[in-house]
Write a protein that binds this ligand. Structure first.
Ligand SMILES: Nc1nc2c(c(=O)[nH]1)N[C@H]1C(S)=C(S)[C@@H](COP(=O)(O)O)O[C@H]1N2
Ligand SMILES: [Mo]
Length: 411
């Protein structure tokens, strides 16, 4: 039996590498890697895992379920980024009607009656299946936090630094702040009897598998999984979690890159050994000359955005420039704004709510005469991180947190 499984794993790994075009990996290397039990991990790759056994899921034709009006969103393939002007005049939270969507495949419709969440693996004493109703009955927690894509701002690697990175060419709209309601992931894991030796927790989505890579899934270390604000979420801004954002339930992993926040979760693997998936091996790491150790993408950096179209055109005369700044680590200590491309800076006035791993609103008066301007905002978080002028390039274009020059024509 074990032998059969091992043979199967080896064949599977071989097929997978073949499809990836890695014919350069010799059969011996491959078998050695598989025999070590680390499989693709030993090669810096990832093994596909079997699909979870649970409810049938349907992908929404067209990829999105909610309306995506062009005044609120900019569509980039299977993703839709929020237009930042859509936050002007809004409250602290990003409404569901304008919250960005990032789908590796497409929005998936799941029937909560047949949905099951399986918790299993070597890191728990028993495998359990939780129903939607089971989760609704547990102690609930509500937190206000952002979800931000690791690639948010990626287009500026090209337009500002002259080194374009492949992938969705986001401006800064792949971020939103919502009030999330759910249960502590710690409480969920507790139900299955967490073992003292558990090191990794890997939630897995029920959306269609990504070609050759299996279901979207990415492990996080046990201490992040057990934080009091790491949640299994079923509510967003006081409503049921909408289909586009992971109904019936998703993960909320505050401060970390969007990919950690697995939507349409159907299975959570808990392990006493490090876990691997394509999303923590071949992607969502910083690759490139500046990153010899290819570190994982985890906590998001400090960033700022103006609530203006990109680029903007505004009439001359007095106005209030508004924007928001956020950090994956803490609240925001201060924001400086320049209306002359960075020659001179003025402190903006911060709003009252300054929730760590959410954002702060800010404003500053401006009375321009007609002409062309480049606006800049530079935030500093309470951990002392200040937005730099440039960031080192990484080949997949994650973590663009440099100050962004925002072009504005005043007429
Ligand atoms: N199952 C599943 N979860 C997923 C994704 C996905 O494609 N499938 N995309 C991830 C990425 S890359 C991001 S940035 C966030 C986006 O969350 P949102 O669409 O609710 O804004 O979801 C993450 N969770
Ligand atoms: Mo993302």
């Amino acid at each position: 039996m074990t032998t059969d499984e091992r043979t199967y794993d080896q064949e599977r790994l071989e097929q997978w590498l073949w499809r990836l075009g890695r014919q350069d990996v010799s059969r011996r290397t491959l078998l050695r890697a598989a025999a070590l039990g680390a499989g693709g991990a030993a090669l810096g790759l990832a093994l596909p895992t079997l699909a979870p056994s649970t409810a049938a899921a349907d992908t929404v034709p067209g990829g999105f379920y909610k309306p995506i009006p062009p005044e609120l969103f900019r569509v980039l393939g299977s993703n839709a980024e929020m237009r930042w002007e859509a936050m002007a005049g809004q409250g602290y939270l990003t409404g569901i009607d304008r919250f960005f969507i990032r789908n590796h495949t497409g929005t998936t419709l799941i029937d909560p009656k047949t949905w099951r969440l399986r918790i299993e693996g070597t890191g728990v004493r028993k495998s359990i299946d939780l129903k939607y109703q089971d989760i609704l009955k547990m102690d609930c927690v509500t937190v206000t936090r952002f979800v931000e894509c690791a690639g948010n701002g990626r287009s500026f690697f090209g337009s500002q630094q002259g080194t374009p990175a492949p992938g969705s060419q986001w401006y800064l709209g792949a971020v939103g702040v919502a009030q999330w309601t759910g249960v502590r992931l710690a409480d969920v894991l507790d139900r299955a009897g967490l073992c003292a030796g558990a090191v990794d927790v890997m939630p897995e989505g029920l959306d269609d598998p990504v070609s050759n890579q299996g279901h979207v899934r990415r492990p996080m270390p046990i201490d992040k999984a057990l934080r009091p604000d790491t949640l299994l979420v079923y509510g967003m801004n006081g409503c049921d979690l909408p289909p586009d954002h992971g109904f019936p339930a998703r993960l909320l992993v505050p401060g970390w890159a969007g990919i950690a926040n697995i939507k349409w979760v159907g299975r959570i693997e808990v392990s006493t050994e490090p876990l691997f998936s394509p999303w923590n091996t071949t992607s969502y790491r910083y690759f490139g000359d500046a990153y010899p150790d290819s570190p994982l993408v985890t906590e998001q950096f400090v960033k700022s955005a103006f609530e203006l179209p990109m680029p903007a055109s505004v009439p001359a005369g007095g106005r209030l420039l508004t924007g928001r700044s956020w950090s994956g680590r803490t609240g925001i200590a201060g924001v400086d704004v320049s209306v002359d491309g960075g020659l001179s800076w003025q402190p903006a006035t911060l709003g009252e709510r300054n929730i760590g791993r959410a954002w702060v609103q800010w404003s500053i008066p401006w009375s321009p005469v007609p002409g062309s301007y480049v606006l800049k905002a530079r935030a500093r978080d309470l951990a002392g991180q200040v937005q730099p002028d440039t960031v080192p390039f990484n080949t997949l274009g994650y973590g663009f947190w440099a100050v962004v020059g925002h072009p504005v024509t005043v007429t």
